[in-house]
Design a protein around this ligand. Structure first.
Ligand code: LLP
Length: 445
């Protein structure tokens, strides 16, 4: 039975704790105080948590610049600066992610650019900005990038994204000989090798390595190892047939995080050790020089660092007609699928706690729902909440730092929430709440 007053340390930010008066603080700042000052829904980032996870990754993979924070998980100029100060590299997947990073002063040479449909204009912007790597996703892009780089009189360092035919999920992985998806160039049928040869011939491209990404929210190393094994087979072929020893292998992102108290945390250091040893062994067996391993974690750095605070509005008991849970208490909060689409989209689960007071006594079967005009607007589908949960209570969901704000929408003309960072008792606003004026600013009258 979960104690609702606990703050599960493996799910909540490292700087979160429940104080004696029942209030939860993050980095010494009470969440109710932040809610009062910035309004709700509010995303609160524990800056030291985020930075410490950058460092953990850097230590696990041997050097900070080998770790490319996947900015699609969450990006703002402040976050780009944290990543820069920690010495990590950055993965961007659109021209605007790249622009935000550059506007924050992130060094272009430590940026890797992704995307399955980069326009010639985007590619020209990448080359012109002198980004560290462009990850080529198709034979067509290869030709366009070579042309664009030639027109600009530059040579662009690139990786080729390979689909090794592996789909790694949380606790299993499925290996197929052929993958029917939009990313990358298939290893199967010699397509990836043909792309490598074309890159080698292209005068304005400099091939530095290959890239693959096996999935997201992955907990075991097997999928990564199998992908590495397949892709390293291509390194050997490239060495034997073209005489090139490719220097880098980017294994993408995907490291899983615990979202609920009963999930277990991933030991990144152990997984990295296992993975690096396996890659070394595979390279030995193939008699090739082991390439430097690069990784692109997004969720594992950003998710645990933030919580989202909501205020409770309507509380309503609903007869379910279900013998096991005859009545469910629907607790509506002032955000929902517009600031966190993950429960509706993926059935994602979250840990929720009252953050302004202790929960005493009885609990009731409950569901935390948002304020949107859609029955599927559910944040936590099945939770035992304190029976006295009432309007005005503050509830926070933990581990919302990744793919929540980043995937936020304006459904029902809601505005995107404010995001504030906290560190050592200090409040640092990162993104202001959108306003009605922001909404109507798009109208062409
Ligand atoms: N690198 C590449 C090429 C990727 O496609 C991704 C994620 C990452 C790195 C970072 O993966 P991470 O370490 O964050 O798992 N919206 C989904 C996740 C989509 C991930 C897409 N690509 C969610 O909310 O779970």
């Amino acid at each position: 039975m979960t104690d609702f007053n606990d703050v599960p340390a493996h799910v909540w930010p490292r700087g979160a704790q429940r104080e004696e008066d029942g209030v939860i603080t993050v980095a010494g700042v009470p969440l109710p105080e932040l809610a009062e000052e910035y309004g709700t829904p509010l995303m609160v980032f524990d800056e030291d948590d985020f930075r410490s996870r950058c460092r953990d990754m850097a230590a696990a993979f041997g050097a900070p610049e080998r770790v490319h924070y996947a900015s699609k998980a969450f990006l703002s100029k402040k976050v780009a600066r944290w990543v820069d100060e920690e010495g990590l590299s950055l993965d961007v997947a659109s021209i605007n992610e790249l622009r935000i990073a550059l506007a924050a002063g992130f060094p272009a040479e430590r940026i890797t650019v992704h995307g399955n449909n980069k326009s010639a204009g985007f590619l020209a912007y990448c080359v012109d900005s002198q980004v560290g790597h462009v990850v080529i996703d198709s034979p067509q892009e290869l030709e366009t990038l070579d042309f664009v780089a030639r027109s600009l009189g530059k040579v662009q360092p690139v990786m080729v994204r390979v689909t090794p035919g592996i789909d790694a999920h949380t606790h299993e992985f499925i290996a197929t000989s052929h993958e029917d998806q939009k990313f990358g160039i298939a290893l199967a049928g010699g397509e990836a090798f043909a792309a490598v040869k074309a890159c080698h011939r292209a005068e304005n491209l400099q091939l530095v390595g290959l890239h693959c990404h096996v999935g997201s929210q992955v907990f075991d190393a097997e999928g990564f190892k199998l992908a590495a094994q397949r892709v390293l087979g291509l390194y050997r072929q490239v060495y034997n047939e073209l005489g090139i020893a490719l220097a880098e292998l980017d294994l993408g992102g995907g490291y899983g995080v615990p979202y609920t108290a009963h999930d277990t945390a991933l030991d990144v250091a152990a997984l990295a050790k296992d993975l690096l040893a396996a890659v070394g062994q595979i390279a030995d067996d193939l008699e090739i020089t082991p390439p430097t391993i690069l990784v692109e974690p997004g969720r594992a750095i950003a998710a645990p660092a933030a919580v989202t605070v909501y205020e409770v509005g309507t509380v309503k008991d609903v007869a379910t007609g279900d013998g096991e849970v005859p009545v469910r208490r629907y607790v509506s909060v002032d955000g929902g699928m517009s600031d966190n689409i993950r429960p509706s989209l993926y059935g994602a689960e979250y840990d929720a706690r009252l953050v302004g007071r202790y929960a005493d006594g009885e609990t009731v079967p409950a569901r935390i729902v948002g304020s949107h005009c859609e029955a599927g607007d559910i944040l936590v589908s099945d939770i035992a909440l304190p029976a006295d949960v009432r309007p005005g209570d503050l509830i926070a969901l933990a581990a919302t730092g990744a793919y929540c704000y980043a995937m936020a929408s304006r459904y029902n003309a809601f505005v995107r929430p404010a995001v504030v960072a906290v560190r050592a008792g200090e409040k640092k606003p990162m993104l202001r709440r959108e306003t009605f004026e922001d909404l109507v600013a798009l109208e062409v009258d």
